[in-house]
Design a protein around this ligand. Structure first.
Ligand SMILES: Nc1ncnc2c1ncn2[C@@H]1O[C@H](COP(=O)(O)OP(=O)(O)OP(=O)(O)O)[C@@H](O)[C@H]1O
Ligand SMILES: [Mg+2]
Length: 352
């Protein structure tokens, strides 16, 4: 079984990764945790189990390699029961579990849900911790307390320092104990690499493929594999009680077809949620737009506006160049702005 540093060194020497001192600096932290959780606990009548190691809260700017390092760490854990999960998806599971418990008449609905989690894992690796929702903010304190109590080791990546979590959120004072708890139980580490590798990987690469066809698809597939490693899960965003599904998501990169996002009855709130949840959107198969698919065209305009405001990177395949996508029908005038934005978003410096 390799340790995290050796795995990192191997990927540098085979050319998969560039050696980055800021990344190398945090490897001993991962190694500290790995060694502790891999050491079998000797239990005895008079011997207390050693306290679990402190976890790690890795934060910093986008594309610095936080998720990549976390994945690498999870890879080295061998048989240690561990789970790597997007924080948002995990919280949704918790809410769903609590809902079910309540329906079964259980008053303290969080308890059975947490029990199930702690019985199944030793290490929980959360990608992209961010808290924007009051329902999450109000339960994470108790949830994490129970996780730590049970000895679960928590690793997380985030773009924010803990003190800025749920910033300006409603009833924030009730959330503050959670921040305190995080600072106590995990090592907070800022990754200050100057390099945004995601941007680097996309630099110079084409991000608008036209026309639609096997060639465009192959190009899109290659970028997808490069950015995500290929493995992905759906990400379901709950917007005002409705589900908005991004069919494939990994490490901040989502992939969906035009139909997934613009062929369904979605509105501005949904697109804002999408734009807030992803750093890169890969959108396949934007068709030629006209009077016949006016509603789709209108939604597409709203989607692009939301992505533009949030400075999300867009990589897409389309039937035509932006200016030729929507030539006749209501709203062609407004579409000029969309076309211009689609151009601007192809710029190599486009991004957060
Ligand atoms: N040292 C490196 N050399 C080459 N590529 C790298 C390196 N570090 C990270 N990458 C690549 O850069 C991309 C972005 O990395 P990653 O997703 O881990 O960033 P992140 O810090 O989690 O960003 P975010 O905060 O946006 O989630 C990935 O495709 C990753 O494989
Ligand atoms: Mg990440």
């Amino acid at each position: 079984m390799t340790d995290v540093s050796s795995l990192y060194a191997a990927r540098v020497s085979d050319g998969t990764l560039n050696a980055d001192p800021a990344q190398e600096a945090v490897l001993p932290e991962f190694e500290r945790i790995r060694t502790a959780v891999m050491t079998p606990v000797k239990r005895g009548l008079f011997r207390k189990a050693p306290p679990p190691p402190k976890g790690l809260y890795l934060w910093g700017g986008v594309g610095r390699g936080k998720s990549m390092l976390m994945d690498m760490f999870v890879e080295t854990l061998g048989d240690v029961p561990s789970r790597r999960v997007h924080f948002h998806a995990f919280m949704q599971e918790i809410h769903a579990g609590m809902h079910e418990a309540r329906q079964n008449g259980i008053e303290d609905a969080l308890k059975p849900v947490v029990e199930e989690v702690v019985n199944s894992v030793r290490v929980l690796a959360f990608d992209e911790m961010q808290i924007t929702d009051i329902t999450d903010a109000m339960i994470v304190g108790r949830l994490f307390e129970a996780l730590f109590e049970a000895g679960v080791v928590v690793i997380t990546t985030s773009n924010r320092v803990p003190d800025d979590l749920y910033k300006n959120g409603l009833n924030r004072q009730l959330f503050l104990p959670f921040i305190q708890l995080i600072k106590e139980k995990v090592v907070v580490w800022e990754m200050v690499s100057p390099t945004d590798y995601r941007q680097n990987r996309l630099e110079g690469s084409q991000v608008y493929f036209s026309p639609i066809g096997p060639e465009a698809r192959a190009e899109m597939n290659a970028i997808w594999t490069d950015l995500t490693g290929g493995a992905a899960e759906p990400l379901i965003l709950r917007v005002k009680g409705r589900d908005v599904t991004l069919p494939a998501f990994r490490n901040g990169v989502a992939r969906a077809s035009f139909y997934d996002l613009c062929g369904k009855m979605l509105g501005p709130g949904d697109y804002l949620a999408v734009a807030g949840a992803v750093k890169v959107l890969m959108l396949d198969d934007i068709p030629a737009l006209s009077r016949n698919n006016f509603n789709e065209a209108k939604r597409f305009v709203t989607l692009i506006d939301a992505l533009y405001e949030a400075r999300v990177r867009l990589i897409c395949s389309a039937a035509a160049q932006p200016e030729m996508l929507y030539l006749e029908g209501e709203g062609t005038f407004e579409f000029e702005r969309t076309a211009s934005r689609l151009r601007e978003m192809q710029d190599k410096d486009w991004g957060p």
